[in-house]
Design a binder for this molecule. Structure first.
Ligand code: NDP
Length: 298
């Protein structure tokens, strides 16, 4: 069997286009564009790249982008004061504080300061709690993007066996919650799981969110399984090359021979994350302005 490639890049491009159209019609109704504020503290090069591409994507989706770049030595109190200002600003529908923050700032305190209705990253405990009890919330972008790819591919997930490898608050746990809401039978595996290959072998759906290059081996997979690879890992550079290759948590070449469908790295889950961030911002704008939006259409 040769697996179908789940093209997250193409899916994300379509989602961004749809969000852009809805954002334009929101602007007509509300007299303003949806607004996303992104806060970056410090000079971390990877974070700078993320923030730049989020800003560009926001503008391309007919939204207003508000970027706040603060120096590395910003005090926690200063950052909290900025978050309060953004909470109170009616032009801003979504607030994203780029993580990781410098060590002297308490990340949890900063996330807790974001108004839950503007928490488009879905990291606030109120949103995590709402997701856990099945109430309307903001769902973290990466797992929601994985879920869109899964339902697009498989339709109804009822009764399917799903194994999520990884239990972080931003990927593994919300992913498991979404699968459970979709009536899958869900197992969450982690670093203490015994006989991980056997656990994975029973899965119709495997979501790997570990951060270990090519850990999931082809013979761990049930024939025909749908594999969502969240991992982004850089291999050491080959001789003569400056940078190593990006790979996921799944041995892609081998898994392609066994799985029914699989997301590549890059070009799978990665592009979905920004697209869903824009989607969440669009949803926040409609909720904040009291304008109807059928949230299923985005
Ligand atoms: P974390 O480091 O927070 O969590 C990793 C999880 O993997 C933990 O639950 C850990 O278990 C588990 N784990 C570690 N080693 C093993 C092992 N040997 N066997 C089984 N489970 C193991 O990572 P994140 O959830 O933040 O991210 C996971 C990956 O996804 C990373 O590669 C990250 O770069 C990528 N990522 C990609 C995004 C995208 O846009 N595509 C967005 C976010 C993340 P335990 O809890 O027991 O320690």
């Amino acid at each position: 069997m040769t697996a179908q490639i789940i093209d997250g890049k193409a899916f994300a491009a379509r989602l961004r286009e749809r969000v852009g159209e809805f954002a334009a019609s929101f602007a007509e109704k509300a007299g303003r564009k949806p607004g996303l504020a992104v806060v970056l503290v410090g000079e971390d090069p990877a974070s700078q790249v993320y923030v730049r591409s989020k800003g560009k994507a926001t503008i391309e989706a007919n939204m207003e982008s508000f970027e706040h770049r603060l120096p590395d030595d910003t005090e926690e109190a200063g950052l909290l004061a900025l978050v309060e200002e953004l909470n109170a600003d009616p032009a801003i529908d979504g607030i994203l504080v780029q993580l990781p923050l410098p060590d002297h700032i308490n990340e949890q305190a900063v996330i807790a300061a974001i108004a839950p209705d503007k928490d488009v990253d879905g990291f606030h405990v109120i949103n995590a709690g709402r997701l856990a009890v099945g109430q309307r919330s903001f769902v973290p972008c990466t797992p929601l993007g994985c879920m869109m790819l899964l339902t697009d591919r498989l339709g109804d997930l009822s009764g399917l066996e799903a194994v999520v490898i990884g239990r972080s608050n931003i990927v593994g746990k919300p992913m498991a919650q979404l699968l459970l809401d979709a009536n899958a039978t869900v197992t969450i595996a982690h670093s203490r799981t015994k006989n991980l290959p056997d656990v994975v072998r029973r899965a119709d759906i495997v979501v790997a969110a570990v951060g270990r290059a090519e850990m999931v081996q082809p013979d761990w997979l049930k024939e025909g399984a749908t594999v969502i690879d969240v991992g982004i890992n850089r291999l050491p550079p080959e001789p003569g090359k400056e940078k190593g290759r990006l790979v996921g948590d799944v041995d892609f070449a081998g898994a392609q021979q066994r799985a029914g469908a699989i997301t590549p790295v890059p070009g799978g889950v990665g592009p979905m994350t920004i697209a869903v961030l824009l989607r969440n911002t669009l949803v926040a704008a409609h909720r904040n302005a009291g304008i109807d939006l059928s949230e299923d259409v985005v």
